[in-house]
Design a protein around this ligand. Structure first.
Ligand SMILES: Nc1ncnc2c1ncn2[C@@H]1O[C@H](COP(=O)(O)OP(=O)(O)OP(=O)(O)O)[C@@H](O)[C@H]1O
Length: 268
């Protein structure tokens, strides 16, 4: 479901008591593009992602998709409008298998989707057919994400790297226009990390607006078209990855916050 204009976030501020986690930050995530949101630990990336996903109400600022202001809605409203998010700490739980959990996500999407049609009977027929297709859809998504072998495993029992990919599969089952991923490479073995890069590029080529939040620079360098850099809640740089990595403000921000992200940023 490609979106014609994409995501536009402007002037977002979030405070936690005396801490300003996000301070007037904005970004764009256009269709057919992989956009990165990077910054050292504590920069405000997760908080900004929460605002975009409708999980946190900002003190100021707006979230628009294709020109429509979604700021006042919650998480379900965002999903209905085509914004799907995978979180930093996914936790598939309960007794469902991996396949069932992805199928359930697809089914929820079918039920939430607005079925335009001439009559009530026509809308009902479309919904019934779409629900019947959710099993096939789950098969396709699991194959695409590279975890078809885990389809019959209990979702709560898969290893953490696979659990991350189950969360991604569930997000894709909502047929999003904007796919928002928070630190998707964390804990993935090299083979899966490379496959994820290819998948994100493929999804963008199909028209999706992909937005990836990541502390470390290295994983996003080869996959993102453009990077937005947050530091202490403020957007300090925006541009192509190579330019951003060379930016003095970005290097200073990472230098002030030692960690693996800093090593990659400063070694370039
Ligand atoms: N629920 C909360 N209550 C109080 N302070 C919070 C809360 N959530 C985040 N913060 C603070 O807001 C700031 C931004 O945090 P956030 O988790 O958004 O940063 P981040 O860039 O995602 O960091 P990381 O990469 O470490 O996850 C930090 O100073 C953090 O301590």
């Amino acid at each position: 479901m490609p979106s014609p204009e994409g995501l536009l976030v402007s002037g977002v501020t979030v405070r936690f008591g005396g801490v300003t986690a996000v301070d007037g930050a904005g970004l764009t995530a256009p269709p057919a593009t992989v956009t990165g949101l990077i910054g050292p630990d504590g920069a405000g990336k997760t908080t900004l992602c929460d605002v975009i996903a409708g999980l946190r109400r900002p003190c100021a600022g707006t979230v628009r998709l294709d020109g429509e202001d979604l700021t006042g809605g919650g998480a379900r409203d965002r999903v209905r409008h085509g914004i799907a998010r995978t979180s930093q700490r996914p936790g598939p739980s309960g007794a469902l298998t991996v396949h069932e959990s992805v199928r359930a996500a697809a089914g929820r999407h079918v039920k939430a989707r607005r079925h335009a049609g001439a009559s009530w009977a026509e809308r009902w027929r479309r919904r019934r057919d779409a629900l019947r297709d959710t099993g096939r859809q789950a098969d396709e998504i699991l194959a695409r994400v590279g975890i078809a072998d885990y389809a019959e495993r209990r979702a709560s029992s898969v290893p953490p790297d696979v659990a991350r990919l189950v969360a991604l599969a569930q997000a894709l089952a909502a047929e999003p226009a904007v796919l928002l991923l928070d630190e998707p490479w964390t804990g993935l073995p090299v083979r899966r990390a490379r496959a994820l890069e290819v998948l994100l590029r493929d999804l963008a080529a199909e028209g999706l607006a992909v937005l990836v939040a990541e502390s470390e620079l290295e994983p996003v360098m080869g996959v993102c078209d453009v990077l937005h850099v947050l530091d202490a809640g403020r957007m300090i740089a925006t541009g192509p990855p190579v330019e951003v990595r060379a930016d003095r403000r970005v290097r200073d921000a990472y230098r002030a916050s030692p960690g693996p992200g800093a090593d990659a940023a400063l070694s370039a």
